[in-house]
Write a protein that binds this ligand. Structure first.
Ligand SMILES: [Zn+2]
Length: 318
């Protein structure tokens, strides 16, 4: 089915542009950034492959780019920008936000957006945290993002997950007022299934879920007029990517992660091609122009709990 360009819902297509070893939960030879240059490099070939898939479908997407990748392969990032894709920031060193201090996050995001702006000559105003790691304890990161010119954040999964995720978080795009200015939050798509709220439209879910279930997720969101958001990593279209070391059986969480990373890898590409045929996709900026936020909340500081100051979302004062 070819989606109708005028009436079909527009969904965001996002790529977290990183190397095959930028995966969380499994330690290996290339966990430490000082070893990254020694690792087999796949990101350019895999990204070009993904770009061909998007070209075939006439889709432009938002490529959230790891600064280290951009520094190493600036021509790839320039090409993405030249060909009409949106380039966003996925941090410089691909570390989980909730594991960083505000000062470390400040340095990291500053370094990344500065580099991406220099390479692309684009504003670079969209951010996604590695591993969707803006948790309820890491909302302190919003004023820092805003200070660095980030005006759209797509870091939050409004559901409970292994790392990252905020259960009960709004599901529609909304504006968040911070001490440093406003940011539009566009949460990752989730669906209700058997009494649970779960993501369905990207990454591992493309491998684990049958196409019919993914389509049911899109339908749930479209029924209430909400745009969907798909995301993928370049490595996921490459079934021959190098493998992280298989964790031992006595490390069940890491082993489960390993199985999730590599199960059904061959199925990702045909499922992605089917989704690109079935639905209309565009960049995050395009989707937000069509579905601007309809509500505003205020991000407020509350007294410190534990070692860190806490934040909460309050009704907007205006
Ligand atoms: Zn990532």
């Amino acid at each position: 089915m070819i989606p109708d360009a005028e009436t079909a819902p527009l969904n965001a297509f996002c790529v977290d542009l990183e190397e095959w070893f930028h995966a969380f939960g499994i330690s290996g030879k290339y966990t430490d950034p000082v070893t990254w240059d020694d690792a087999p490099q796949c990101v350019v070939g895999d990204t070009e492959d993904l770009m061909r898939l998007l070209d075939d479908a006439g889709v432009r997407g938002t490529f959230l780019t790891v600064g280290w990748v951009a520094r190493k392969y600036p021509d790839l990032i320039r090409r993405l920008a030249r060909e009409g894709h949106e380039v966003g920031c996925h941090s410089y060193w691909h570390r989980l936000v909730f594991e960083l201090s505000p000062e470390e996050f400040d340095r990291d995001i500053g370094e990344c957006v500065g580099l991406l702006r220099e390479i692309t000559s684009q504003p670079v105003d969209t951010f996604r945290a590695p591993g969707f790691s803006v948790t309820a304890d890491a909302l302190w990161s919003y004023p820092i993002m805003r200070r660095h010119g980030i005006t759209t954040d797509i870091s939050i999964v409004p559901a409970k997950r292994d790392h990252g995720g905020i259960a009960g978080f709004p599901r529609d795009p909304f504006t968040m007022e911070t001490a440093e200015g406003s940011i539009v939050c566009f949460p990752v798509s989730v669906m209700h299934l058997a009494g649970r709220t779960i993501p369905f439209s990207g990454g591992g879910y493309l491998r684990l879920f049958p196409l019919s279930l993914i389509k049911a997720g899109f339908a749930q969101n479209h029924r209430v007029g909400r745009p969907g958001m798909s995301y993928i990593h370049p490595r996921e279209v490459n079934p021959d990517q190098p493998r992280l070391p298989r964790p031992a059986i006595w490390r069940p969480m890491a082993l489960l992660k390993y199985l999730k990373y590599y199960v059904n890898l061959k199925s990702t590409r045909p499922k992605l091609a089917a989704l690109l045929r079935e639905y209309r996709f565009g960049t995050v900026a395009e989707v937000l122009r069509r579905h601007p936020p309809t509500s505003t909340v205020r991000l407020a500081l509350r007294p410190a709990t534990g070692t860190r100051a806490g934040f909460e979302l309050l009704p907007s004062a205006s």
